[in-house]
Ligand binder design. Structure first.
Ligand SMILES: *Cc1c(COP(=O)(O)O)cnc(C)c1O
Length: 376
């Protein structure tokens, strides 16, 4: 991944620096409104990251010790960690082999009387079947971890639209970036107001509003909050990036289609694709190696690296990491297959056709050398 950043971002940041107001202020409010509108949500609450957005979402639900929250193990580790920050227990559900996402069936299999919420993930930008999962959850709150999903669609709308709470990331590993940063979107105005206070120490009136008000305004601290604020420097960057989003998605989808075509010649590889009910922004382009491919995932990564191709292991699985050693969970066969047998190929806005040809050639060479024992 390589972020797409230009002079316009540099100028926007410089303008904020010259203004003298660098912490959360007018640019953050502007970014929240613009991002929420683009994602089809009523309100946006900017945060310092998607990790803090997830933490705040569970906090506002009153999740605490003794509670269970269903999450995929097959996700960046922050999804599961957010549950632990609240003192609650993450319960891992397995995922679908094609999308890498939770399904109604895998969630239903792990619901208990102590389940207080479900976090579904639109993994690597592939939308999860949100309506089916919500249906099986009855009235349980479903938080959507949309960290990777800006620009993906679900049943004709932006992924995350209509979510009770959806959380987003602006880390440079995602399509648009603010360096670090995150957002919560919701249609619930009352919840939005509380989230806005909670991300700023529980203050009744934000520092920016007190400043703008001019007169003497004394704030109250209504409940124990956090400092999860984004800065105006970051928001200025985000406003420019948001304008680039549609172009970035279009380019990634074009490159992904070309990869899919080139890779269709390699037996034993399956590349990530759109699910029947939506479109992915191809935040990550991952390929699954089936049993016809003998080379191990790590040997393949090493062979690609030796050829100058910066590939990465596929999506991680939290339950296989030392931080979750001994954490009880039901069998997760699909998660374990996907995490051990998938690889993420280079994909960024400025990748050229020649770059792609080289990636595919190195991949073919590595796979054939191992499979047929031929020297490279
Ligand atoms: C990147 C990512 C996060 C964490 O985002 P940060 O903004 O880096 O905190 C959380 N969940 C998923 C699914 C992610 O991909």
């Amino acid at each position: 991944m390589r972020p797409l950043l230009g002079d316009e971002e540099a100028l926007a940041v410089a303008e904020v620096v010259r203004s003298g107001w660098v912490a959360q202020g007018p640019r953050v409010a502007e970014f929240e409104a613009a991002f929420a509108e683009r994602m089809g949500a009523g309100h946006g609450i900017a945060t310092s990251s998607c990790t803090t957005a997830l933490h705040l979402s569970l906090h506002v639900l009153g999740i605490g010790p003794g509670d269970e929250v269903v999450v995929p193990s097959f996700s960046f580790i922050a999804t599961a960690n957010a549950v632990r920050y609240c003192g609650a227990t993450p319960v891992f559900a397995d995922v679908d082999a094609t999308t890498g996402n939770l399904t109604a069936d895998t969630v239903a299999a792990v619901l208990t009387a102590r389940t207080r919420a479900v976090i579904l993930v639109h993994q690597a930008g592939v939308p999860a079947d949100t309506a089916a999962i919500e249906a099986v959850c009855g009235g349980l709150p479903v938080v959507q971890d949309a960290a990777c999903a800006a620009g993906s669609t679900y049943r004709g709308r932006p992924a995350g639209a209509g979510a009770w709470l959806a959380t987003w990331s602006f880390h440079p590993r995602k399509l648009i970036t603010t360096g670090e940063g995150g957002m919560i979107t919701t249609d619930d105005g009352v919840l939005a107001a509380r989230l806005r206070r909670l991300r700023e120490h529980g203050m009744s009136v934000s520092a920016a509003d007190r400043h703008a008000g001019g007169g003497a305004v004394v704030e109250a601290y209504t409940e124990t909050g956090f400092n999860f604020r984004l800065t105006d420097i970051q928001a200025a960057l985000g406003l420019v990036q948001l304008k680039r989003l549609d172009g970035i998605v279009a380019r990634r989808r074009e490159l992904a289609a070309r990869y899919r075509l080139l890779l269709s010649e390699v037996d034993g590889l399956r590349a990530v694709a759109d699910p029947p009910y939506g479109t992915t922004n191809y935040q990550s382009f991952w390929v699954l190696l089936d049993e016809r491919i003998e080379i191990s995932r790590n040997d393949l990564l090493a062979a690609l690296a030796a050829g100058g191709v910066s590939a990465r292991r596929g999506i991680m699985a939290a339950h296989t990491e030392p931080a979750y050693a001994g954490h009880p969970h039901a069998p997760l066969p699909v998660t374990e297959l996907l995490t051990s047998r998938s690889v993420i190929l280079p994909l960024h806005h400025e990748l050229s056709a020649a770059d792609q040809d080289r990636v595919v050639q190195e991949l073919k060479d590595a796979v054939t050398a191992k499979t047929y024992g031929a020297a490279k």
